[in-house]
Design a protein around this ligand. Structure first.
Ligand code: SF4
Ligand code: SF4
Length: 677
C-alpha cells in the first residue's frame, strides 16, 4: 500500500510550483492585510470585559450553534439541509487542504517523509470525495433559493437598510462569494476526473468514487487521455485560482463571518438585553461615535451575514416604522469602516435616523432570531441614552418621563391615588410596608392607574383573597419599577426609581415578590438586587404553583376556544411559556396557538417605552393591530387571553379600532381563573 498517494505537482513543470507559491503568498498577504484592516479597530476599541470563563464560553458557543442549526432545520428544512451540506463540506475540504499543505510543504521537505499515503490516503480520498459532493450540492441549493427569490428576507431594498448603503454591493458580494466557492469546488472535482482519466488510480476505484465517475463521464464524452493531459493543468489552475481568490477575498466579504461569527458567539452575553449595564460613557451619556464601541460590539458588527432573520421578525419593520435591525447593524458596520469614523461624526443623524432608534419596542425578537447572537438592543439603548442626554426625544415620552420623575408613575397621578383600585375590592388589602406578608404584590403603573386595567387588578386581588393568600401591597410608596425607563435610555431616572423601591422593600418582610406586569417582573428579577433572598414571580407562575399544590382548584371547566399571547418580557426575556399554558389547560379551555407563539411570539408594540410615545403613522398597521388580526383569524377562537396589563390595553384598543369587538374579546388570564372558581 506504500505507493498509494498523490504528488501535488507531479506532472507539471517547475515554473507551476513557483507560480503557485508566489500566488499563494500574495493571497495570504492580502488576507492578512484585510484581517488587519478590519481588526485594527478592535485594538483601539473600548474594553468589553468578556474574556472570563473562556472555555465555557467556547462550549456554550458550540452548543448554541447546534441549537440554532436545529431551529433553522425545523423552521426551513431546505435551508437547514443546504447549510449543513455547505458547512460540513467546507470544513472537511478545508481540513483536507490543510493536511495536504502540511504533508507537501512541511513534512516532505523538512522531514523527508509523507504521512499522506497508503490506507491514510485512501480514507483521505474517500472523505474529500463525499464531502466535496455535499459542498457542491449545498451550494447549488443555496443558489437555487436565491435565483427563485422565494425567501423575501434575502432580497434587499434600499429603504430597508437606510441611506448611504449600496445594496447592489451586498448583492454582488453574495454572488461573488458563492461563485468563488462553486468555482473552487467544481474545478476541484474536474481536476480529479481528468487526472484519473489520464493516469488511472493506483488503488481500488471505490476510494475515489466521484473522481472515477467523472473520469468515465469525460471518457464517454469523447475526451481523450492526451486531451486530458492538456486540460489537467488548465483546470488545476482554475481550481487553485478559485481557492486563492477566496482566501484573499475572505476579509472583505461576507465570508469573514466564519471567524467573526464564531467570535460573536463565544463573546456574546447570554443575558444581553434582559439585564442592561449602567452606562460606562458619560458626558454625553451613551454612544455617539465609533470610538464608543467595545471590541466585542465591533466583532458582532463584522459577524452579520445579512441573513435578514432579524429584519423579518421585527414588529417595527412590520408596522412600516423606519427601523430594520439588519439595516441598523449594516449602517453601524459601514460607519466603522468609513472615513466618517475617524472624523468622530455622530452616527445618529448620519445614516441612522433618531426616529429609527425610537421605533424599537425592545421585544428581543431580533436578538433571539439572530444565528450569530448579535446584540441589537444594547446598541439601540446606548443610542437612546445619547439622544436623551441631549433632550432629543418624542413629546409623549418627555411628558411620561417628567411625570415619572415627579410622581413615580407615568400617569401624572399623585402617589396617593396608586391604591385607588383597591376601592373595588370588598376586603382590605394588607399594607406590606407595615405587616409581614408571604407574597409582596408589586402592582405596577398600568395595573394601578389605567382605568381599563383597574378592574382586572381588583379581580386579581379578589382571586388572591379567595385562595387565602397572605399578600400585601406597597401602596403609595411603590414607584414605577423602571424597566421601560431604562430602555428609553433614561438611566438616571431608572436608578432613582429603583433605589426608591429598593429602600422601601428593605423595610418589608415577605417571602416572594409577585407581579402581574412582565416588564416589572423583568427588571425586578434581572436588574434589582435580590429581594430579601426571595423569588420574583409572575402571577401566572404563582397560579401554576397553586394549582400544583392543590390550593387552586377550578370548580368548573370553561367551554371556550381561546388563544394566548406570550408577552415578550415574560416569554422571550424570561422563558416563561409553560406556566400560563398549564393554567389555561387546568381551566379546561381549548387552547389554539397562533402561528407566532412561544419564542416566536409577535410583540404588541408597547415595550421599550413605545407605549409613551406619540404614535407615528408608519403607513401600515401597528403591531397590536397585526396581532389581533392574527388572533381573530383563528378558526372558532373568540377570546384572546393576555397576561400583561399593557397587552390588555393595547389589544383592547386594537380590537375596538379594527371593529372586531363582536368577533374577539380580550381577557386577562385572571378573569378566566375567577370564572372557573
Ligand atoms: S427588539 Fe424588536 S422592535 Fe427592536 S429592533 Fe429588535 S425586533 Fe425590532
Ligand atoms: S443581525 Fe443577525 S439576524 Fe440580522 S441580518 Fe445580521 S446575522 Fe442575520
Amino acid at each position: 500500500m506504500e505507493e498509494i498517494g498523490r504528488e501535488v505537482f507531479d506532472a507539471f513543470p517547475d515554473w507551476v510550483r513557483i507560480a503557485f507559491y508566489s500566488s499563494a503568498a500574495v493571497a495570504i498577504l492580502v488576507f492578512v492585510l484585510g484581517v488587519w484592516f478590519r481588526g485594527r479597530n478592535y485594538l483601539k476599541a473600548r474594553k468589553a470585559g468578556r474574556w472570563n470563563h473562556l472555555l465555557s464560553r467556547v462550549a456554550r458557543a458550540i452548543a448554541n450553534i447546534t441549537l440554532r442549526r436545529s431551529r433553522i432545520r425545523k423552521d426551513d428544512p431546505f435551508a437547514g439541509l443546504a447549510h449543513d451540506f455547505l458547512l460540513w463540506g467546507f470544513l472537511v475540504l478545508f481540513l483536507g487542504t490543510l493536511i495536504l499543505t502540511v504533508d507537501e510543504d512541511f513534512s516532505k521537505p523538512l522531514l523527508g517523509v509523507s504521512f499522506l499515503n497508503g490506507t491514510t490516503y485512501l480514507w483521505y480520498s474517500l472523505f474529500l470525495d463525499v464531502f466535496g459532493v455535499l459542498f457542491v450540492v449545498g451550494l447549488g441549493m443555496m443558489i437555487y433559493r436565491r435565483v427563485r427569490g422565494t425567501v423575501p428576507r434575502l432580497s434587499f431594498r434600499e429603504q430597508e437598510v437606510g441611506q448611504g448603503l449600496r445594496v447592489d454591493r451586498f448583492i454582488m458580494d453574495d454572488w461573488l462569494f458563492l461563485a468563488l466557492l462553486l468555482l473552487a469546488g467544481i474545478a476541484g472535482f474536474a481536476v480529479e476526473g481528468v487526472r484519473i482519466l489520464r493516469d488511472g488510480t493506483s488503488f481500488p476505484q471505490e476510494w475515489s468514487p466521484i473522481g472515477v465517475a467523472l473520469a468515465s463521464t469525460f471518457a464517454a464524452l469523447g475526451l481523450s487521455e492526451e486531451a486530458a493531459f492538456t486540460l489537467h493543468m488548465g483546470l488545476w489552475w482554475l481550481h487553485a485560482a478559485g481557492a486563492l481568490a477566496l482566501i484573499a477575498y475572505i476579509p472583505f466579504s461576507k465570508a469573514f463571518h466564519v471567524f467573526a461569527g464564531f467570535g460573536s458567539l463565544v463573546f456574546s452575553d447570554d443575558r444581553a438585553g434582559r439585564r442592561l449595564d449602567a452606562p460606562t460613557l458619560t458626558e454625553p451619556t451613551g454612544f455617539r461615535q465609533v470610538s464608543d464601541f467595545t471590541w466585542a460590539q465591533l466583532l458582532q458588527l463584522d459577524a452579520c451575514v445579512r441573513c435578514g432573520r432579524c429584519h423579518e421578525v421585527c414588529p417595527a419593520q412590520a408596522s412600516g416604522l423606519p427601523l430594520s435591525p439588519r439595516g441598523l447593524i449594516l449602517q453601524l458596520r459601514s460607519f466603522v469602516g468609513s472615513h466618517r469614523a475617524n472624523g468622530g461624526t455622530a452616527f445618529v443623524g448620519s445614516g441612522i435616523d433618531a426616529e429609527s432608534v425610537w421605533s424599537c419596542a425592545t421585544c428581543l425578537a431580533c436578538m433571539d432570531a439572530c444565528p450569530l447572537e448579535i446584540e441589537h438592543i444594547p446598541l439601540l439603548i446606548e443610542m437612546r441614552r445619547y439622544l436623551v442626554s441631549r433632550g432629543e426625544m418624542d413629546q409623549g415620552l418627555e411628558t411620561a418621563l417628567t411625570s415619572l420623575g415627579r410622581y413615580g408613575n407615568s400617569f401624572r397621578k399623585p402617589a396617593r391615588e396608586r391604591k385607588g383600585w383597591t376601592k373595588r375590592v370588598p376586603s382590605t388589602i394588607k399594607d406590606a410596608t407595615r405587616a409581614p406578608v408571604e407574597y409582596l404584590w408589586f402592582v405596577g403603573d398600568y395595573a394601578s392607574f389605567d382605568p381599563r386595567c383597574q378592574t382586572v387588578t381588583a379581580r386579581t386581588a379578589a382571586v388572591f383573597l379567595r385562595l387565602g393568600l397572605d399578600f400585601g401591597i406597597l401602596g403609595e410608596g411603590e414607584r414605577n419599577a423602571g424597566n421601560d425607563v431604562r430602555r428609553v435610555g433614561e438611566e438616571g431616572l431608572f436608578e432613582a426609581l429603583r433605589d426608591g423601591n429598593v429602600e422601601l422593600l428593605k423595610d418589608c418582610t415577605f417571602r416572594d415578590i409577585v407581579t402581574t406586569d412582565p416588564h416589572t417582573y423583568n427588571t425586578l428579577k434581572n436588574e434589582y438586587p435580590a429581594p430579601n433572598g426571595g423569588r420574583v414571580l409572575h402571577y401566572t407562575e404563582l397560579l401554576d404553583e397553586l394549582l400544583r399544590s392543590g390550593r387552586l382548584r377550578p370548580s368548573k371547566k370553561l367551554p371556550y376556544r381561546v388563544t394566548y399571547h406570550d408577552p415578550c418580557y415574560l416569554g422571550r426575556y424570561n422563558g416563561v411559556y409553560d406556566a400560563p399554558r398549564d393554567v389555561l389547560k387546568a381551566l379546561g379551555v381549548e387552547l389554539v396557538e397562533m402561528a407566532r407563539s412561544g419564542p416566536n411570539s409577535f410583540c404588541c408594540g408597547a415595550g421599550g417605552g413605545r407605549v409613551w410615545m406619540t404614535e407615528a403613522d408608519g403607513g401600515k398597521k401597528r403591531p397590536a393591530d397585526l396581532r389581533v388580526a392574527e388572533a381573530a383569524a383563528l378558526n372558532g377562537v373568540r377570546t384572546l387571553v393576555v397576561a400583561c396589563p399593557k397587552d390588555y390595553v393595547m389589544f383592547t384598543d386594537a380590537v375596538k379600532a379594527a371593529g372586531l369587538a363582536e368577533r374577539l374579546e380580550v381577557r386577562d388570564i385572571i378573569e378566566l381563573v375567577e370564572e372557573a372558581l
